[in-house]
Design a protein around this ligand. Structure first.
Ligand code: NDP
Length: 466
């Protein structure tokens, strides 16, 4: 895929080395398939890079970049509303600080394991490098499930979680943010406890409330950025989003603001989902329906099936865990914005998307496509924006929040949105040009992986063996 201008023997030499390191990664990190998948995808892009830069192999950059700088795992005990003791597991992966303090979200979801967070932290290293801002990579979270918990239970959990985490983070060390299950409510409780324990009011978390150090546009940033990235991809074929039919999965933070920006740009979003099922609204999700989704998900914390009771033409399809495909990806459309979770598009889903005429896939979620699905998108010349490029707007705007906190001032909504937009254009441009430079024009997977890798690898070389 990424062999570019290599001769067959050169390809074999760097390929053999990459396979050796990959085998070590699998042996040293057993039972972490998502981590293996994320590493494999980056390594597949690096063959020509390693051929052109023998110094990376000499300095064992690959062996070092897959090894977290620090892993923190801890017990999180808390009392539920019945006064019973509950125990969860907390994590923070401090993956790579070559270009800045560790930065990356916290995920609260029952599926959280060490392997899931290692994949996310690894992806974050390259994503943060692409943003043009000085941020290293990290990720953390817990197997705690906020769904069905009272606000008081969520607060007690967050306070216990931060009681341990606070000794490992700081505004110049490691700056967590939100992710699945961690929104404004959770960031508030976490920030309050940090401040109480440390007696410091600093920018130690991003995604904060506007009254206490947050940035305008941070809640919108991942979704907006993902749509800006899709618009840039379409521009290379002299097209726009105007009038395009769009599939969006999930109904959380990223999905909500993806839909809002699609409406701003004249597109027609047709779908949303949650873990219980899919809504398809043939009339399109307009601003009134979007306001309903925001209230349902962010205030009432309800299930997406309620949408079909409220808007009669919409169809609800319940999740069938035995099915080999997701019906959401089998609807006729022009663009797809996977915005729920990892591996939500398998090879069959990718084939369905292609068959139904989808020309653009812009990934809001992290690693939503399996390796087989990604391969199909590339082979079929889909305009495919991989997550570490397409969803980098969230962390980029977190970087802007850090800059505002350090300067102790706040920028206007228009100023932050303009910076976000320019960053997304720059990320697309970097990926597009890097893909060409390394002999695979149009392959933004290679462009993102190589573009993100070079900056981190060169910084690691500069800083010696640490
Ligand atoms: P939210 O918690 O706000 O929303 C997540 C949505 O995805 C919910 O609708 C949820 O449904 C659905 N979902 C989660 N897990 C599953 C699952 N296993 N199967 C089916 N549906 C699922 O999270 P975000 O919107 O913040 O995050 C969504 C994705 O975007 C994640 O991959 C995240 O890593 C990525 N991302 C987020 C960023 C941010 O700034 N928030 C930045 C960059 C990437 P349910 O309520 O039923 O669980």
């Amino acid at each position: 895929m990424s062999a570019g201008t290599l001769t067959p023997s050169e390809t074999r030499v760097s390929g053999d080395y990459i396979e050796q390191v990959m085998a070590q990664v699998k042996a040293k990190n057993p039972a972490e398939p998502e981590f293996h998948q994320a590493v494999q995808e980056v390594f597949d892009s690096l063959r020509l890079v390693l051929q052109r830069h023998p110094e990376y192999r000499e300095a064992k950059i690959l062996e070092r970049i897959v090894e977290p700088e620090r892993l923190i795992m801890f017990r999180v005990p808390w009392f539920d509303d019945q006064g019973k003791i509950q125990v969860n597991r907390g994590f923070r992966i401090e993956m790579n600080s070559a270009i800045g303090p560790y930065k990356g979200g916290l995920r609260f979801h029952p599926s959280v394991t060490l392997g899931i967070l290692k994949f996310l932290a690894f992806e974050q290293v390259f994503k943060n490098s692409l943003t043009t801002l000085p941020m290293g990579g990290g990720k953390g979270g817990s197997d705690f499930d906020p769904k069905g918990k009272s606000d008081n239970e969520v607060m007690r959990f967050c306070q216990s979680f931060m009681t341990e985490l606070q000794r490992h983070i700081g505004p110049d060390t490691d700056v967590p943010a939100g992710d699945i299950g961690v929104g404004g409510r959770e960031i508030g409780f976490l920030f309050g406890q940090y401040k109480r324990l440390r007696n410091e009011f600093t920018g130690v978390l991003t995604g904060k409330g506007l009254n206490w150090g947050g940035s305008l546009i941070r809640p919108e940033a991942t979704g907006y950025g993902c749509v800006y990235f899709a618009a840039e991809m379409l521009k290379t074929r002299k097209e726009t989003l105007e009038g395009k039919l769009c599939l969006v999965s999930g109904s959380g933070n990223v999905s909500q603001y993806t839909i809002e920006k699609l409406l701003d740009l004249g597109a027609k979003p047709l779908t949303v989902s949650d873990s219980n099922g899919v809504i398809c609204d043939p009339d399109g999700i307009d601003r009134e329906k979007l306001a309903y989704i925001l209230e349902l998900k962010n205030v009432r914390r309800g299930r997406i099936r309620d949408y079909a009771d409220k808007f009669k033409k919409a169809i609800f399809m319940a999740t069938d865990i035995k099915s080999d495909h997701n019906p959401l990806w089998n609807i006729k459309a022009d663009c797809a914005f996977p915005s729920a979770t990892q591996n939500e598009i398998n090879a069959k889903d990718a084939a369905n998307l292609i068959k139904n005429g989808v020309k653009v896939v812009s990934e809001g979620a992290n690693m939503p496509s399996t390796l087989e699905a990604t391969k199909l998108f590339l082979e079929n010349k889909i305009l495919y924006g991989p997550a570490k490029a397409a969803n980098a707007g969230g962390v980029a705007t977190s970087g802007l929040e850090m800059a505002q906190n350090s300067a102790r001032l706040s920028w206007t909504r228009a100023e932050v949105d303009d910076r976000l937009h320019k960053i997304m254009i720059a990320i697309h441009d970097n990926c597009f040009r890097t893909a060409e430079k390394y002999g695979t024009p149009g392959n933004l997977v290679n462009g993102a992986n190589i573009g993100g890798f070079l900056k981190v690898a060169d910084s690691m070389l500069d800083q010696g063996l640490v």
